[in-house]
Design a protein around this ligand. Structure first.
Ligand SMILES: Nc1ncnc2c1ncn2[C@@H]1O[C@H](COP(=O)(O)OP(=O)(O)O)[C@@H](O)[C@H]1O
Ligand SMILES: [Mg+2]
Ligand SMILES: [Zn+2]
Length: 496
């Protein structure tokens, strides 16, 4: 028998099987029971929170042959046909697939034909915000003069994209994210019934990653089960989801907040060498900062997304220690880097530099931070520019200082260049037109070695250097493009 994905097998089939969404469930069940359903409903909310499931419960309930206290029986042939998608009068339209033009046209033609098989025709239109304007207008006309014995259920994850004209014609229900507890409980129930041994730590870890949606929670459980078998513990979850271990983030952030860049870079290296993805690390760090910020501002522990039991002592302390404005700034930085890492896999530098920059945020003595403070107002105009250029500046100043400490003449040469970008294990240093001499000298072994040693010290690993003359067209194009890709446009100022 084909394996049925857990999230499908566990689609709630009665109102009383739905997790959470209490008010919605009560209101709709009462309406079914009392035979006073509206003609059009609009269900909105994040994915995997029960919109489609409840739409189908309604579809069955209004057509079921043995309806019982507002619930479908789920045994009669009507209920079975609807569940299997074999019922002519329950029509599901996925607006995301072709934006619905043909379907809505067909809907307009057929909507006035009486139900063929059942009592009530139910149109379920998923991702309704994807409809074209034309399709929306057609839908609106139909909803404005609803034929008898037809119910429309529109579902969307993006309520704000639904025209007011449609919204005002529908009875609206907002589906909320499910709590970690609700998700955890359901996970245990599903695991128990499927003879999966899911310990509590593993359960919480999955529940937190699900972002309030049960579909994702169950899919994650499925995924781990298929890799790891029936016994699932915390380490299995961490491994399959590519998460860092419990204490890692707490420790890493401790190092950031105490400006211990060597420790930060060391820890990042260890994690990367163990096969963690740079993007995953950025994401985890951003989530940690978010947890910290919410904890600081709201005292909210219940909804931590990455902070674990084990790492609570870290966050407890950090909460006292760090300024919330800086956390917010750091969070933006990390999210931004996470986004950019999506398009440039494996670029360790970007990650490392962002962490260095982040550490410097918390360093009161660092001039870059002072400068930042005094321009806070202006920053509003282009906040990102300041953040990004300071990331590069901080690294470049570190490099220059390191070289200067080794050999002043080398520093004098290098200082004429600028850091233009980086990729995996190489960084690119550019020299402008008139500085070919400097570039050539820097490329000579003794100077290059000094620089490479400094980089080795900063990054804790070997880093290659490429010197680029910024007027050699062909080189420019490729490298500049790369630099832009990794650092963002305003990091790269080639022309003066
Ligand atoms: N509120 C809920 N109660 C129980 N299971 C749920 C709930 N929300 C989602 N699920 C699970 O996720 C799957 C997908 O849910 P679905 O109703 O299609 O979500 P949506 O339409 O909101 O994206 C269901 O089959 C079920 O396994
Ligand atoms: Mg759905
Ligand atoms: Zn039935």
């Amino acid at each position: 028998m084909a394996y049925l994905a857990l999230y499908r097998a566990w689609r709630p089939r009665r109102f009383d099987e739905v997790v959470g969404q209490e008010q919605t469930v009560t209101a709709l069940r009462n309406a079914v029971r009392e035979g006073r359903l509206a003609h059009a409903y609009l269900f909105s909310g994040p994915r995997g929170t029960g919109k489609t499931s409840i739409a189908k419960i309604i579809a069955r309930a209004v057509n079921c042959e043995n309806i019982d206290d507002g619930e479908p029986c789920n045994h009669c042939s009507t209920c079975a046909d609807i569940s299997n998608g074999n019922f002519m009068d329950v029509i599901e339209i996925d607006a995301a697939s072709n934006r619905g033009i043909d379907e809505i046209r067909e809907l307009r033609e057929k909507v006035r034909i009486l139900p063929a098989q059942g009592k009530v025709k139910v149109y379920i239109i998923d991702e309704v915000h994807m409809l074209t304007t034309e399709a929306f207008n057609a839908l609106l006309k139909t909803i404005e003069e609803p034929p008898a014995a037809v119910i429309f259920i529109l579902a969307t994850t993006e309520l704000q994209k639904i025209p007011a004209t449609i919204r005002s014609r529908c009875q609206s229900y907002n589906f909320r994210r499910l709590t970690i507890e609700e998700i955890g409980e359901r996970l245990q129930q599903v695991a128990g019934a499927s003879e999966i041994e899911l310990n509590d730590e593993a359960m919480v870890l999955i529940a937190r990653r699900a972002g309030g949606g049960l579909r994702d929670a169950l899919s994650i459980l499925d995924q781990i089960y298929s890799y790891k078998g029936r016994v699932i513990n915390k380490e299995d979850v961490q491994e399959v989801l590519g998460l860092v271990d419990d204490l890692f983030l707490g420790k890493l952030m401790d190092a950031v907040f105490s400006k211990d860049t060597a420790a930060v870079v060391g820890m990042l290296n260890t994690a990367l060498n163990q096969g963690k993805e740079a993007q995953q690390l950025a994401k985890e760090a951003a989530l940690y900062l978010r947890d910290l910020l919410l904890y600081q501002v709201l005292g909210d522990k219940a909804e931590f997304s990455v902070v674990t039991e084990a790492s609570q002592s870290f966050i407890e302390q950090q909460k006292q220690q760090v300024d919330k404005h800086k956390i917010l700034q750091a969070l933006r930085m990390m999210m931004d880097t996470g986004d950019r890492l999506k398009y440039s896999e494996g670029n360790k530098f970007l990650l490392e530099v962002t962490f260095m920059e982040m550490a410097s945020l918390f360093d009161e003595s660092e001039p870059a931070v002072e400068k930042k403070k005094s321009v806070t107002k202006k920053e509003a105009a282009s906040p990102e520019k300041d953040e990004k250029s300071s990331a590069r500046d901080i690294l470049w100043n570190k490099i220059l200082a390191g070289v200067k400490a080794q050999k002043i003449p080398t520093h004098a040469l290098l200082a004429q260049g600028k850091l233009i970008g980086s990729k995996d294990d190489a960084i690119y240093i550019g020299f402008k037109k008139g500085y070919k001499f400097h570039r050539d000298r820097m490329g000579e072994k003794p100077n290059r070695e000094i620089l490479e040693n400094v980089l080795q010290e900063i990054f804790g690993r070997e880093v290659e250097v490429e010197f680029i003359l910024l007027d050699s067209e062909q080189y420019n194009d490729i490298i500049v493009k790369k630099a832009i890709e990794y650092f963002g446009e305003d990091m790269v100022e080639i022309k003066d």
